[in-house]
Design a protein around this ligand. Structure first.
Ligand code: TIU
Length: 220
């Protein structure tokens, strides 16, 4: 077992049973004109973590971890998008509508593609998810089971929405999870900080947290 200096206490993992899950690092959340921007958000907050996520993925690849990428993206006929989700808020364009990067939050459209700096390499797992959590409506659970994965090292966007929902889903399914604090971001820095604090409170009620610098010294 490898030990990471983490909060609220050290996190242990072995490379064979651990996956990095990189959540929704797609153009729709990070680039101008995407879903995140249409909701009125300042995308600079989330774009800032791209180099940190890239460094985390490089570290995980060198260590031989399983790498999973998720994308929040609906079927082209929107049959997996509840009307309630599509109608929520008051955006200029809605899920499925044409935008500067193709149809918003739809599978296969340019906006649903993971940005090049943190894109999947051949052989890495990619999960399209209709919800905020990566387990809901996907085969992620069975994929992880097939790979013998029991621990998840999690990064991506946004901390209090898809990252937090995925961590809670994973926790309820028995996975031990480490959130890499500076490899996750919210459009709202305060929400990020509060979510990190909340998740690791009460003795790590949902997960452990650590900054990337605590992982990088660990080498194969
Ligand atoms: N709006 C927001 O903060 N996030 C999302 O809608 N999806 C993800 O977090 N990926």
């Amino acid at each position: 077992m490898i030990t990471v200096d983490a909060l609220p206490y050290p996190f242990h993992f072995d490379p064979e049973s651990t996956a990095i899950v990189s959540i929704d690092m797609q153009r729709d959340f990070i680039e101008p004109g995407g879903f995140g921007a249409t909701l009125g958000n300042d995308i600079r907050q989330v774009a800032a973590i791209v180099p940190t996520v890239a460094a985390l993925l490089s570290w995980g690849r060198a260590l031989g971890l399983t790498i999973v990428h998720t994308r929040e993206a609906h079927l082209p006929d929107l049959s997996d998008c509840p009307t309630a989700k599509r109608m929520r808020g008051n955006p200029k364009i809605r899920i499925g509508d044409p935008g500067p990067m193709g149809r918003l939050l739809v599978r296969g459209e340019p906006g649903s593609q993971i940005i090049p700096q943190v894109a999947p390499l051949p052989g890495e797992l990619v999960v399209d998810k209709p919800g905020k959590g990566a387990f809901y409506g996907t085969t992620l659970g069975s994929m992880l089971e097939a790979h013998g994965i029991h621990r998840l090292i999690v990064c991506g966007v946004t901390t209090e929405v898809c990252v937090q929902t995925t961590l809670r889903e994973a926790n309820d399914r028995g996975y031990e999870c480490l959130l890499v604090e500076d490899a996750a971001a919210s459009y709202f820095p305060d929400y990020h900080a509060q979510t990190v604090e909340m998740l690791r409170s009460q003795g790590g009620i949902v997960c452990w947290t650590a900054p990337l610098k605590n992982l990088l010294p660990i080498t194969a």
